[in-house]
Write a protein that binds this ligand. Structure first.
Ligand code: 4AD
Ligand code: MG
Length: 431
């Protein structure tokens, strides 16, 4: 018997085939038993009619529990009313692993229970849809850069120094060499890459010992970081908006079914087209004041502030030129106003907050040295990074996109924890 996947059913209408998978749910009605099978590629209703199968098989249909591993055989029928558009006129059932009392049932479970059972929860249709969208976003990210002459150049995970402030560093002993830190960002290495290869990107896990419990923070998350030589802040913003438009439009086209499963309002995503509004930090502060927020000029925007600003627009908004005091040491100052950094944050619509942080980098050796001192960073650990300003220094810029924040927004979820297979948060490092 031909063994196929549910996703291939269209090619087998009228033929007899076998599919291996798990029992998703079932119901019965008189002489009929309906088993819904899932195999990772889709869902298929298998119809067992008492007159068509042996009594043993008909009994098995009643006996097996949710998530039993099974092999079904039957004839494929087009059935527009069924899930996926096909149905199986089943003739055989082979139970590979009989299961009873599967802990996750169609009833409501609390979130902590589901998180404790994350290894099983991943089998539910909603989680499968999220994982498929995450995967499509990852592929869109790679395709976007690969098709535009970028070279993937991954950064190390064990690093000798901080990149994004010392308050969120995970520390570990490193043999005889003292302390090492889990990377907060691959950026510093991407800069070395940009001066070697022109346009590069890093894409991998990054770590922040975030001490607050929020919907937007994981301690381990994935970041993609492009870095471009001979580029300024405007080039950086051009790249960021083209990139986001590409990701969102690709997912809308290729993962429509999964977005439907999640009941995502896709009209909001359809707006994500260039050009995106670009406003300065000063203009963002004006918006906050107009909305009655008591905001102290010079502070960073908090989550609530970001929501108010982004709610003024129907697509992502780029906020540029923040006070340099609230931004990282490596950002170049605005020559027109040295109190400002040539930074940009991209805020997603619908209150999803910052998904991209980027900047033009300080390319002067003297100014960068001064920043390292101001930030009390250990100069010795940054000597290699300073070399990039000693030898062939050029204007360069880049940004980092948080993968899980992007998945959260595109899927329309209210917490990051469902967007990564096994989330790591301040209060959870299992399963
Ligand atoms: O704004 P961040 O801290 O920027 C950087 O790390 C730069 N070095 C990037 C660069 O210019 N190459 O982080 C970038 C993005 C944020 O906009 C957010 O989407 C995500 O990374 N992010 C987090 N996502 C989940 N959990 C956390 N704790 C995150 N911290 C940052
Ligand atoms: Mg940021």
């Amino acid at each position: 018997m031909q063994k196929i996947y549910i996703s291939e059913l269209a090619n087998y209408v009228g033929q007899e085939i076998t599919i291996q998978g798990w029992l998703y749910n079932k119901r019965s009605s008189g002489k009929l038993r309906f088993l819904v099978l899932r195999d990772g590629s889709g869902y298929l209703q298998c119809v067992y009619f008492k007159g068509n199968v042996t009594p043993e098989i008909f009994e098995l249909c009643d006996k097996i529990g949710q998530e039993s591993a099974i092999e079904v055989t039957g004839k494929v029928k087009a059935e527009p009313r069924a899930v996926g558009g096909y149905e199986l006129d089943a003739t055989n059932l082979n139970v590979l692993h009989e299961t009873h009392d599967y802990p996750i049932t169609p009833k409501d479970h609390g979130i902590e229970f589901l998180m404790d059972n994350r290894h099983l929860w991943l089998r539910s249709s909603r989680q499968v849809a999220i994982m498929k969208i995450r995967h499509r976003i990852v592929k869109a990210i790679r395709d976007f850069f690969d098709d535009r002459g970028f070279t993937l150049m991954d950064a190390p995970i064990l690093t000798p120094a901080a990149c994004e402030g010392t308050s969120t560093l995970f520390e570990t002993e490193y043999f005889d060499l003292g302390k090492a830190y889990l990377t907060q960002s691959g950026q510093l290495y991407a800069e070395a890459g940009a001066l070697a290869l022109g346009k590069v990107y890093t894409f991998g896990p990054t770590f922040r010992a975030e001490k607050s419990k929020t919907r937007r923070h994981l301690t381990e998350f994935w970041m993609v970081e492009p870095e471009v030589a001979f580029a300024d802040l405007n080039d950086d913003m051009d790249l960021a908006e083209e990139f986001l438009e590409y990701i969102v439009q690709t997912v809308l086209t290729d993962r429509a079914e999964e977005l439907k499963t999640l009941e995502r309002d896709v009209t909001k995503l359809q707006n994500v087209k260039r050009p995106f509004p670009r406003i300065s930090y000063d203009e963002a502060v004006e918006i906050l004041k107009k909305n009655g927020v008591e905001f102290e000029y010079g502070n960073d925007l908090g989550a609530a502030d970001e929501t108010i600003v982004s709610n003024q627009f129907d697509r992502p908004v780029m906020v540029h030129r923040y006070p340099s005091e609230v931004k990282a040491f490596y950002m170049k100052r605005d020559p027109e106003n040295p109190k400002l950094a040539l930074a940009v944050d991209v805020l997603a619509p619908e209150g999803y907050g910052e998904i991209i942080g980027g900047s033009q980098r300080e390319d002067s050796l003297d100014l960068l040295l001064a920043r390292i001192k101001e930030h009390n960073l250990p100069q010795a650990a940054f000597e290699w990074y300073l070399d990039l300003r000693r030898f062939g220094s050029v204007p360069h810029a880049g940004f980092g996109l948080g993968l899980e924040r992007t998945v959260t927004w595109i899927c329309g979820l209210d917490h990051l924890r469902e967007t990564i297979p096994f989330p790591r948060m301040i209060y959870r490092n299992t399963p």
